[in-house]
Ligand binder design. Structure first.
Ligand SMILES: Cc1cc2nc3c(=O)[nH]c(=O)nc-3n(C[C@H](O)[C@H](O)[C@H](O)COP(=O)(O)OP(=O)(O)OC[C@H]3O[C@@H](n4cnc5c(N)ncnc54)[C@H](O)[C@@H]3O)c2cc1C
Length: 532
């Protein structure tokens, strides 16, 4: 058992006889880097000592969206962070326990009166934990300063102008790492627990990306100089997308790179490649920048409405699908045994690697939600565990969007057979992940039930499809549209749009989560904007 299987701040730590000094606890969460880390910059700016801290929270890792692959990635990031902080003069202290207990004990022990961290847009559990920490800090005269580390705005009053604020943040200068930190002597860091110690289940994920700043930097550099040229053209196929997409998502999710660093490196590269050339770079880099903005846009939704992790954004969709999902269908979908080859290939690839491109994530959710009629909360938790890059704000917003429960997005019922033909035209991806189909000729690969030899395959080596794709899609479409016809639907949709939608410009163009391009109004429409 690892050294962390002990209460926080066990008495086997070196007894502390520190002279009184101003101590700031620098609490790392999803910002596991020393570069462009506003919380670190603030902590380092003072005269006093800095105590860098990571809390391994058993409660967090016991949540249904947590998995061993995520923890292993985090542990690799922590090793790198720990080395970087040690070189600055203040080694990372890793404690295991609940946040309030750990922070309270450290404050008492070191006389710390200030905690600095980033503003986390996390799941419901971290939201509740942060409220508990804030309440404890307030009651005990501890100053807890939280700083944004990306374009998400806390306590946002209105989406109008949000993109401008977000863009200003990502264009502001990055914070350089400090030259040194004044650490505290005599701290015994506890060893990192294993996934098993945290009670996380069997989850080998042999194709998982590695954590740490070096790996992040390599992904960024190779994307911007080599791999990203065909990004726009190649991102939608799971085969080409694996190399042509940046693969920065787990690094952005756990903060080995800041989104501002990525934005600014991309802007520099865009300036370098210019607009011409016809070689793919300008268009690809433009698409990539847009996706970085989407990241903040989707995370902002959870920040502004934390309940969207548990509740349909548009209330009328609550109850549309059974809350207790059909166990057989759910299990088949999770295992990649639905009898729909491309769906199964995508799920198996995800389980093996911890990553999938955007189009295929969307398809997996859409097929589960529409064709299999499963509630997004059940399928979303499974996907969250499979994603090494699990980012609650993006994840739950996207799960709802791809399930048609937001009331403000076009209902998109992906046809998994067509997706297979379009995104895997040679069948290479499907055959790699569903070897049971080896004998099936190319023409029938995505619909093996049409093959003359289907009788000796289906229900034996590979399942028969668990639904009739066309019939299931039709039933789903009718059920969803019936909800749209209900009284009060439009009013609730308007609420969702006002709170969460990206804005259009004056010409009615959808500006993709950027600030509305408005000309200055000739006369202020004061009489129309009474803010009551
Ligand atoms: C149902 C569903 C769940 C998802 N869950 C997550 C999640 O938990 N964590 C996560 O990082 N992404 C999630 N995504 C978004 C997207 O699929 C991934 O960000 C992307 O596939 C990661 O690979 P990449 O870093 O190579 O992306 P790239 O295409 O190289 O994009 C660069 C970065 O932009 C952001 N980004 C890209 N696409 C989107 C998008 N559609 N919405 C918001 N941000 C985007 C991500 O931070 C990504 O790392 C989800 C999408 C869907 C449909």
């Amino acid at each position: 058992m690892a050294g962390c299987n002990r209460p926080a701040l066990a008495e086997d730590a070196v007894p502390c006889m520190f002279p009184p000094m101003d101590v700031t606890i620098l609490w790392f969460k999803r910002d596991l880097r020393i570069h462009d880390n506003p919380a670190l910059a603030l902590a380092a700016a003072g005269e006093g000592a800095v105590l860098p801290l990571y809390i391994v929270e058993p409660g967090l890792w016991a949540q249904p969206d947590a998995s061993a692959r995520q923890w292993r990635f985090v542990a690799e990031c922590l090793e790198g962070l720990s080395g970087a902080l040690a070189r600055l003069g203040a080694p990372l202290l890793v404690e295991m326990g609940e946040a309030v207990e750990v922070l309270a004990a450290l404050c008492a022990r070191h006389g710390a009166r200030r905690i600095v961290s980033h503003e986390e847009t996390g799941n419901g559990w971290t939201y509740a934990r942060d409220r508990a920490v804030a309440a404890w800090a307030g009651a005990n005269g501890i100053d807890w300063v939280e700083l944004p580390q990306g374009g998400v705005v806390r306590r946002l009053a209105s989406r109008d102008g949000w993109a401008r604020t977000r863009d200003a943040f990502v264009r502001a200068p990055v914070a350089a790492p400090p030259e040194g930190l004044r650490g505290l002597p005599g701290l015994a860091a506890c060893a990192l627990p294993s996934a098993l110690d945290l009670g996380l289940g069997f989850d080998p994920c042999p194709g998982r990306q590695r954590g740490g700043r070096d790996a992040a930097q390599e992904r960024l550099d190779s994307f911007l100089t080599l791999r990203g040229r065909d990004y726009r053209r190649a991102m939608s196929s799971p085969l080409s997308g694996a190399a042509a997409c940046s693969r920065l998502s787990p690094h952005l999710a756990f903060g080995t790179l800041s989104s501002r660093e990525v934005e600014q490196a991309t802007a520099r590269r865009r300036a370098e490649v210019g607009t011409g050339g016809g070689d793919g770079w300008p268009g690809s880099l433009k698409s990539f920048s847009a996706r970085l903005a989407w990241r903040d846009h989707f995370m902002q939704k959870l920040e502004s409405e934390p309940a969207l992790e548990q509740r349909c954004l548009h209330r009328a969709y609550e109850g549309l699908r059974p809350r207790t999902p059909d166990a057989g269908r759910l299990a088949a979908w999770q295992a990649g045994e639905t009898g729909l080859p491309f769906v199964d290939a995508c799920m198996r690839a995800l389980v093996h690697t911890g990553w999938l491109n955007f189009r295929m994530r969307s398809m997996l959710v859409a097929v589960a939600s529409y064709h299999f009629w499963l509630d997004w909360r059940a399928t979303g938790a499974h996907l969250a565990r499979q994603f090494t890059d699990y980012e609650p704000g993006i994840h739950w917003s996207q799960c709802q969007m791809q399930s048609g429960t937001t009331g403000m997005n076009t209902i998109r019922i992906y046809n998994p057979l067509k997706q297979g033909h379009d995104q895997d035209p040679t069948g290479e991806f499907t055959r790699r992940w569903v070897p049971e189909l080896a004998e099936v000729p190319d023409a029938c690969l995505q619909e093996p039930w049409r093959w003359s030899g289907a009788g000796r395959l289906l229900g034996r080596g590979y399942p028969a499809p668990i639904v009739d794709v066309a019939k299931a899609a039709k039933a789903a479409r009718e059920a969803v549209w019936a909800v749209r016809g209900r009284a009060g639907f439009a009013e609730e949709a308007a609420r969702v749009v006002a709170k969460h939608a990206s804005r259009r410009d004056r010409a009615g163009r959808f500006v993709n989560d950027r600030a509305p391009r408005r000309r200055a109004a000739k006369s202020p429409p004061a009489q129309l904007s009474l803010d009551l």
